[in-house]
Design a protein around this ligand. Structure first.
Ligand SMILES: [Zn+2]
Length: 160
């Protein structure tokens, strides 16, 4: 958010040069070395589970290559990425007992293909409104995060 409080001025689309660089992968925060919160490496993607996210049990499936849009993937590559997303969605469902999974493919701030996998529960903070996958309102303790990562890894491995 900018100093004047208007979030639109911080939106990267308002700086066409910066946005074009991000689209090309220059300074892309999802490219390069694996961050510490990568919990799984899948055929077409890597999976991140940050300790603080929009919902408890959140996972993010990030395409290995710097691709902006789904339609840039050839059919076989799109199918491979979708298979990873489905595998993680199934694993998150198994590891969390969620009543519904919300999958969001946005990329409005970071134009590198990724899918937010968000397990929903009765009474969660987003009930009755749109979920913001950029929120970090739900923070797991270090022990909770470690336990969830272990459970999710088991669930992902069980679907291999
Ligand atoms: Zn990237």
């Amino acid at each position: 958010m900018s100093a004047n409080g208007d979030p639109q001025h911080a939106w990267p689309w308002h700086d066409p040069d910066r946005w074009e660089r991000l689209r090309r992968g220059v300074g892309c925060p999802l490219c390069g070395a694996a961050p510490a919160d990568v919990v799984a490496e899948l055929p077409a993607s890597r999976v991140r589970v940050p300790a603080a996210a929009c919902v408890r049990g959140y996972a993010c499936v990030i395409h290995r290559a710097h691709v902006v849009e789904w339609h840039e993937l050839a059919p076989a590559a799109a199918a491979a990425f979708l298979a990873d997303v489905n595998r993680v969605s199934r694993a998150v469902a198994a590891a969390t007992g969620a009543v519904k999974l919300n999958l969001l493919s946005l990329g409005n701030l970071v134009p590198h293909l990724h899918v937010h996998v968000c397990p929903r529960r009765p009474g969660d903070r987003w009930e009755g409104r749109a979920l913001d996958p950029g929120s970090t309102a739900e923070a797991l303790s270090a022990d909770e995060h470690a336990a969830y990562v272990a459970a999710l890894r088991r669930a992902i491995d069980a679907l291999a």
